[in-house]
Design a protein. Structure first.
Length: 315
């Protein structure tokens, strides 16, 4: 179940123009450990994993999202060759997506759980160590408590399988008010609530997927970010927001590339990540129609430029 499937509004922007002509400076390695990560799906790019790796290499990304299906189909020799090529291109793995539908009925959950060990083995064989998903911030039938208990039970079972294969699991809360108020029962939509779910799951390999958008929509602060350790953060998304729209009226599917408008406090966000020593993937997820209509190379180029522009803020 893709989050875009329940986001009903998407307003286009001119992605390339939004970045502007300012000179892009890469932060010195001593100032950041996090990687510029390519996730083709978040940019509207259709690409096989080999195509994604080539695209990431051409545009100086530093990590790329793994594709479980592709990796699972490789023989041991082919996988060894593929990973060697990945590293030869100066790339490492980002975070995989969780292939388990835990938000719907029990039958769908149990069906996916039967296939999870095989998916985790494929990731482990390739050297992938991070996997993540997002939490739906509302429900039409389940109260907060019932939904919380269901999430804890289902995700605990999945997390234990992931832990057996050396995978750290991250959860992304969705802070957009237009979403968490859109159904009868609001659910987790803040960092504090997500921390409570992590505690309830009670496994050592569980952390957060942070998003500058949701951190801002939840009205969180630098102190919230600095309350975390590197080990608490599995993956990070960078996005900016349209100008002239109050936080409570922002629409999840109408975002800008990072540092495009200055509406969100990217300076505080990336510097806090650097302070806690975050060393994982940082990817853009703008859900932007104009960006999605660009050719793959143009979309990748403008995205890499936007992330580098944001990283240049790190002091």
């Amino acid at each position: 179940m893709n989050r875009r499937s329940f986001i009903k509004t998407s307003i286009a922007i001119a992605a390339a123009a939004a970045i502007g002509p300012s000179k892009i400076l890469r932060a010195e390695p001593s100032k950041r450990k996090m990687t510029i990560d390519l996730v083709c799906g978040g940019l509207g790019i259709r690409a096989t994993l080999p195509e994604a790796v080539a695209l990431a290499h051409r545009h100086r990304f530093e990590s790329v999202a793994p594709d479980i299906g592709y990796l699972r189909g490789l023989s041991d020799d082919a996988l060894e060759e593929f990973v060697a090529d990945l590293h030869a291109k100066g790339l490492v793995w980002g975070a995989a997506g969780l292939p388990v539908e835990f938000r719907r009925d029990e039958r769908a959950f149990e069906k996916d759980m039967k296939r999870l060990p095989d998916a985790c083995r494929a990731l482990q064989r390739a050297g992938v160590t991070r996997i993540g998903t997002w939490l739906s911030p509302m429900h039409s039938e389940l109260t907060f408590l019932k939904n919380f208990k269901q999430h804890a039970r289902r995700l605990r079972a999945a997390v234990r399988v992931m832990n057996d294969h050396g995978l750290r699991f991250g959860m992304e809360y969705v802070g957009t008010k237009m979403l968490w108020t859109s159904q009868k029962f609001p659910f987790i939509h803040t960092m504090a609530e997500t921390k409570e779910l992590i505690a309830e799951i009670g496994e050592s390999n569980v952390g957060l997927v942070l998003d500058s958008w949701h951190w801002s929509m939840a009205r969180e602060t630098e102190a919230d970010l600095l309350s975390l350790k590197n080990s608490d953060v599995v993956a990070v998304d960078l996005n900016d927001a349209p100008r002239g729209v109050p936080i409570e009226k922002q629409v999840d599917g109408n975002r800008e590339l990072p540092a495009a408008t200055g509406v969100l406090d990217m300076d505080t966000f990336v510097n806090a990540l650097a302070k806690i020593g975050y060393d994982g993937p940082v990817r853009a997820e703008p859900f932007n129609q104009t960006l999605r209509q660009l050719p793959a190379d143009e979309a990748a180029a403008v995205t890499a430029k936007a992330i580098r522009k944001t990283f240049a803020l790190i002091r």
